[in-house]
Write a protein that binds this ligand. Structure first.
Ligand code: NAP
Length: 277
């Protein structure tokens, strides 16, 4: 039997409508983004974030800076946005050019305005089980699991990928939902042995169709975070043939992707609410 496809577009649309109501209730929210250089993929991501934010009624600031900017000047720009009372939420689009110390820039963002949830203070709160501003993709994964009432308590969950923006926070949230979590990465021996054990499998490796149908247990829930541009077009980290094995699965596109932007807007609401207090 074919898996039920988990509709990230529909859920994201509902979240965005709720965010728009919150923006009204709060009397407006200011979101600033900083894009350094002219990487085409980053430009698309920033444009999508602005379109979604503006549709939800945010005030937005789209700061574009030259690729050759110095560390000091970028730090000054971030400090100015931190100090700007009209800005509730702030993100610096990654990756940054080679001359920039990315880590220092992430640390420079006011943790209360850190809509991406990348600041070590927010990452630490998540690790300690007090999630506040959590990276949007990880929130999106959990929201999809909740929407389809996937039982996580006691479930065997496997996360493929341990990046700071996806794999690590997803693993933390699954563990906090009382799943028993295994994290796999590029050094994992015999990946299939791990993935076959998963009742809930989240794949965020950035490797086109790395998970094939023979690596998935019958009836598993499979969340595909991957977005890979190939000659054949946009594909996930999971072979679409897995839909014949799994009970639930996210499509690519239309699964986790739309959830990331919706959850980013939710994080911006959380930033604004925290500042109100
Ligand atoms: P990343 O920083 O490149 O991390 C990839 C992770 O996968 C690393 O932990 C790496 O292990 C692991 N990995 C790589 N090859 C592997 C293999 N053969 N077997 C097992 N693990 C392997 O990527 P990311 O930022 O987490 O993104 C992952 C994917 O999600 C990408 O396709 C990205 O485009 C996509 N993404 C989608 C959204 C969305 O909104 N849908 C948002 C963010 C990212 P090591 O740690 O050992 O290197």
């Amino acid at each position: 039997m074919a898996a039920m496809m988990m509709d990230g577009r529909a859920l994201a649309e509902r979240i965005r409508a709720e965010v728009a109501e919150e923006v009204q209730a709060l009397g407006g929210i200011g979101l600033a983004t900083v894009l350094v250089g002219d990487d085409p993929a980053s430009d698309i991501y920033i444009r999508r974030k602005h379109e979604a934010a503006e549709a939800a009624g945010f005030r937005t600031e789209d700061l574009r800076l030259p690729a050759e900017i110095s560390q000091e000047e970028l730090l000054d720009r971030v400090a100015a946005l931190n100090a700007d009372h009209a800005i509730d939420a702030l993100l610096v689009q990654l990756p940054l050019p080679d001359q920039i110390d990315e880590d220092e820039i992430i640390r420079a963002v006011d943790p209360g305005k850190d809509v991406d949830g990348f600041h070590p203070l927010n990452a630490g709160e998540l690790l300690l089980g007090r999630p506040g501003l959590v990276p949007a993709t990880a929130r999106g994964v959990m929201a999809l699991l909740a929407e389809y009432r996937i039982e996580l308590d006691g479930a065997r969950a496997v996360v493929v990928g341990r990046s700071e923006i996806v794999g690590k926070p997803v693993a933390q949230l699954l563990e906090q939902a009382n799943a028993t979590v295994t994290v796999c990465h590029s050094h994992t021996r015999d990946l299939a042995r791990q993935t076959l054990d998963a009742e809930v499998l989240v794949v965020a490796a950035g490797r086109a169709e790395i998970v094939s149908p023979d690596m998935v247990a019958v009836g598993a829930v499979v969340i595909d975070v991957g977005i890979n541009r190939t000659a054949a077009g946009l594909v996930g980290d999971v072979d679409p043939g897995v839909a014949e094995i799994a009970a639930f699965m996210t499509p690519v596109p239309g699964g986790v992707g739309p959830m990331t932007i919706a959850c980013l807007l939710e994080n911006a609401v959380a930033c604004a609410r925290r500042r109100e207090r």
